[in-house]
Design a protein around this ligand. Structure first.
Ligand SMILES: Nc1ncnc2c1ncn2[C@@H]1O[C@H](C[S@+](CC[C@H]([NH3+])C(=O)[O-])CC(=O)[O-])[C@@H](O)[C@H]1O
Ligand SMILES: O=C(O)C(=O)Cc1ccccc1
Length: 242
């Protein structure tokens, strides 16, 4: 099990840019549950979507898989035959723990865990592609080409599930919803110091978009069918269908 996240609990002389290193990997399960409202609902719905929409003789991609939580949810639910799962993360520490984590659960589906940048991955014959809170960590200039390659690699009827933290164009509404998220973190035991140091750490590495930017990218890539299916505060999940 995860250790408690106390990475930002002591005052730091200098808050460095957030990285998914060994210290973060060791506390990651606790961090994500206490930081992302709706995370468990999104994970179980990814499992359900994969159960319903995974196609025979296809590939399933979990891009930015971290500890493989979405992969595990899908391995538990998929009923299709001849399915291969490709989980990818560029953090070597994450991939190491992800592989150990997946070894703990038997599955009939061959699963590769690749340590690579998702921008380098060949996406083909896919019926399900998951980007669960990963796109927000890519350079904004690289985001459209990834969505384009996912569109091209999907089979007809295939799904892209994209979960992201959102910003809102109306500033008072943005601030109100942001405060709801901070209250969620407070309610889960994070102090004001932890909240402000984490914020400083992710400021430069996690550039968030508004919903219309995501919809525009889907459209530019060629998707004709896309819809947000979930939101809790500023955390949302969308689905796009080829
Ligand atoms: N270019 C990249 N290439 C590969 N991996 C990347 C890249 N950029 C970031 N990552 C990886 O994307 C993951 C983002 S966490 C995803 C949660 C998971 N999906 C979950 O369902 O639990 C979200 C969060 O921590 O808010 C990290 O493991 C990074 O190493
Ligand atoms: O912690 C936050 O404020 C977030 O926005 C989410 C998050 C969760 C885990 C790693 C980085 C960002």
């Amino acid at each position: 099990m995860s250790q408690p996240d106390n990475i930002y609990s002591q005052p730091l002389e200098q808050v460095r840019d957030f990285v998914f290193d060994k210290a973060v990997v060791d506390v990651f399960s606790d961090m994500i549950l206490r930081s992302v409202p709706g995370y468990q609902t999104i994970i179980s719905t990814i499992g359900h979507l994969a159960q319903v929409h995974c196609q025979d003789n296809s590939n399933v991609y979990d891009l930015g898989c971290s500890l493989g939580t979405a992969t595990l949810a899908m391995r538990r639910t998929i009923k299709a035959n001849n399915v291969e799962i490709i989980a990818v993360d560029k953090s070597a520490d994450m991939v190491e723990k992800c592989r150990l984590h997946l070894q703990g659960y038997k599955s009939p589906f061959p699963t590769q865990v690749l340590c690579d940048d998702i921008l380098n991955i060949d996406i083909n014959n896919a019926s399900i592609v998951i980007l669960n809170f990963t796109l927000q960590f890519l350079q904004p200039a690289d985001r459209q080409q990834l969505i384009n390659r996912i569109y091209q690699g999907l089979k007809p009827g295939g799904l892209l599930v994209l979960s992201e933290k959102l910003k809102f164009v109306d500033q008072p509404c943005h601030d109100l919803i942001d405060e709801l998220h901070l209250d969620f973190k407070r309610a889960h035991g994070y102090s004001e110091l932890e909240i402000s140091q984490k914020r400083a750490a992710i400021e430069n590495v996690m550039r968030i978009d508004d919903l219309s930017a995501h919809y525009q990218r889907f459209k530019n890539a060629g998707f004709n069918h896309y819809q947000q299916w979930y939101q809790c505060f500023n955390f949302a999940s969308m689905v796009a269908i080829k």
